[in-house]
Write a new protein. Structure first.
Length: 294
């Protein structure tokens, strides 16, 4: 009679939940080759293929069956550990996050985290990065994400930042005349997007004007959808109902922005450390997933 090691099952379920081998490795603390080897061992143990070979991570019929069964087995395993050894994690985590991520990033990460750690309460505050940073310096948060300018001499842990291109964002049917002063829709002063955008337009001698300013992400997106002008967003935060381009003859290339994760390691509770693992994995797995706004 064969036994299935629970560490192999946990790796398999994590790959499926996070949508990638690399992201699973980030969360579980293993390299991508080690994750691939575990999947191979699991397939050999069960004498079947779990993933369809190709570019996507689509499960086979056996893989789908195992995924549902493995989740139940891991829940039982974790409940036993929690009840007998008292290793359940509980507490509160205070998280500060830029407005851009309240729709594109946060729901998925929080859903996965609360599912895995039901006894941890997460308090989330969304604002522009400058405001989040100021509160973080006063110890309002345990962990924050910030949109910041790219540092050419980066020495942080590679899991704590991600470089993304900035793109011009507009309604699908929006047309900008070459002779028109560029109508900008932006966050208030202090937003890194706004600072970079204004600098680039001035450097390229492109006339522009502010037509709509709001601290609300949904406010900005509504103005863009209504065709009032154009805005600027990081690649992975752009919703599906809007069009994005890196540059045109009238809209110069904007360059990159950095998504940074900040925390004081010595101040983090066990619950905050677990939340940090999920945030790092979510950042590593960021894509232009084209979410829908409400």
């Amino acid at each position: 009679m064969k036994n299935i090691p629970t560490d192999l099952l946990r790796t398999f379920v994590t790959i499926k939940d996070l949508g990638g081998f690399t992201s699973a490795g980030e969360l579980l603390g293993r390299s991508q080759p080690a994750i691939s080897l575990q999947v191979k061992k699991l397939e050999e143990t069960l004498d079947t293929r779990l993933f369809l070979r190709g570019t996507s991570l689509t499960l086979t019929a056996d893989g789908e069956y195992l995924y549902e069964s493995a989740k139940k087995m891991l829940e039982i395993n974790d409940e036993i550990i929690h009840k007998i050894k008292g290793e359940g994690v509980s507490g509160k985590v205070r998280l500060g996050i830029p407005n851009d991520f309240e729709l594109a990033f946060l729901p998925k990460v929080l859903r996965s985290f609360t599912k895995s750690h039901p006894n941890v309460s997460v308090e989330v505050d969304c604002d522009i990065s400058k405001a989040i940073q100021q509160r973080y310096q006063k110890h309002f948060y345990d962990i924050v994400l910030l949109m910041e300018r790219v540092n050419g001499d980066e020495h942080r842990d590679r899991r704590d930042y991600r470089i993304e291109p900035l793109e011009w964002v507009m309604a699908h049917d929006y047309k900008l005349s070459p002779q028109e002063s560029i109508p900008l829709i932006t966050y208030p002063q202090g937003c890194v997007y706004r600072g970079i955008t204004e600098e680039v337009l001035v450097a390229h001698e492109k006339p522009h004007r502010m037509v709509y300013t709001s601290p609300s992400l949904l406010g900005l997106l509504s103005a863009v959808e209504a065709g009032l002008g154009v805005t600027v967003m990081a690649h992975s935060t752009i919703p599906s109902q809007l069009k994005s381009i890196e540059h045109t003859a009238n809209l110069p290339k904007l360059g990159n922005v950095c998504i940074g994760v900040y925390y004081e390691n010595e101040r983090l509770s066990a619950a905050a450390h677990r939340a940090l693992d999920f945030i790092r994995a979510g950042i590593a797995n960021l894509e232009k997933s084209r979410y829908e706004t409400l």
